[in-house]
Ligand binder design. Structure first.
Ligand code: DIR
Ligand code: MN
Ligand code: MN
Ligand code: MN
Length: 314
């Protein structure tokens, strides 16, 4: 069992500086040691280095289109290579625009993947409907086959081909949905669980229905895209767009434990940790340490203790 860790220090999918330091603070919080202690051979591929064009004017409601398109193209190649080499991949962002490249690269190796998107936001705006112009609120739109007609040709994005059907996507944790996003979710019949749904059903039922929806017909690789702002801001303050009323620690970890237990996790993104936005050093470190807990739990850290053969006990 081998895990590849890939840093993507990129922030041009939104306007707040600092999220490009996400990979560093997550590593500093002990990620590699934690994964090594889970009996994986850990391959730290380091951070990608992105280059930016001097001039990168907005195209409709997409800011920095050449930077975002180029970084995601590079990331797609890296993720595809790592999956092809047999690794389970952990992509450290950076902002959530990076999920486009990560999932697109994953889909090159695993065309039948399904996507679990854990986030306060569905990131389903179109280049015409985005209220912010930030691409981190749009990556899912570019993945979905059903939305091809809503995606114009944008310089920097010619490499992107939609690869996902809307029935192969489930959202968990939503509580800040823009009008265009809501219309698309309803029109395409996307399976989603808002925080209200979690309140009503409980997280255990939410995960049951999620796996019924995605895996009942056949077992397939899972892409998990985990935005740290899915957690309540009291737990994850160091992030760009915190929204009150988020996941508890136990709900978040239950989600990741259940995903691990499927045995199907193939690539995960952990994005939007922004150390500059923590009001204190403690706030930043708590957010980074939470990110490490999420990743370790996805890769098999349990709350019950590790399984060990009776003969291996000293
Ligand atoms: C908002 C914020 N819906 C936008 N999106 C965020 O800019 O489109 N996603 N923060 O995680
Ligand atoms: Mn997001
Ligand atoms: Mn979000
Ligand atoms: Mn296990």
């Amino acid at each position: 069992q081998s895990v590849a860790v890939l840093g993507a220090p990129f922030s041009r999918g939104q306007k707040k500086r600092g999220v490009e330091h996400g990979p560093k603070v997550i590593r500093d919080a002990g990620l590699i040691e934690r994964l090594s202690s889970l009996d994986y051979s850990v391959h730290d591929f380091g951070d990608l280095s992105f280059h930016y064009p001097e001039k990168d004017e907005p195209y409709m409601d997409v800011n920095f289109p050449l930077s975002v398109g180029g970084a995601n193209k590079m990331l797609a190649g890296a993720v595809s290579g790592a999956v092809g080499a047999g690794h389970t991949v952990v992509m450290l962002g950076g902002d959530h625009s990076l999920a486009l490249g990560s999932a697109a690269g994953h889909a090159r190796q695993c065309p039948d993947l399904c996507l679990i998107w854990v986030d306060a936001h569905p990131d389903l705006n179109t280049p015409m409907s985005s209220p912010s112009g930030n691409f981190h609120g749009q990556p899912v739109t570019f993945m979905l086959k059903e939305l091809q007609g809503k995606v114009p040709e944008i310089r920097g994005f010619s490499w992107v081909k939609p690869f996902l059907s809307s029935r192969d996507l489930v959202y968990i944790g939503l509580r800040d949905v823009d009008p265009g996003e809501y219309q698309i979710m309803k029109a395409l019949g996307i399976q989603y669980f808002s925080m209200r749904d979690i309140d009503r059903l409980g997280i255990q039922r939410v995960m049951e229905v999620t796996f019924d929806h995605l895996l009942a017909r056949k077992q397939r690789p899972i892409h998990l895209s985990f935005d740290i702002d899915s957690f309540d801001p009291s737990l994850a303050p160091a992030t760009g767009t915190p929204v009150n009323g988020g996941l508890t620690y136990r709900e978040g970890i239950y989600i990741t434990e259940e995903i691990h237990n499927t045995g199907l996790l193939s690539v995960m993104d952990l994005v939007e940790v922004n150390p500059v936005l923590g009001n204190s050093r403690e706030a930043t470190e708590a957010t980074a340490s939470l990110a490490v807990d999420v990743i370790a739990s996805c890769l098999g850290q349990t709350r019950e203790g590790a399984h060990m053969s009776i003969d291996a006990i000293p």
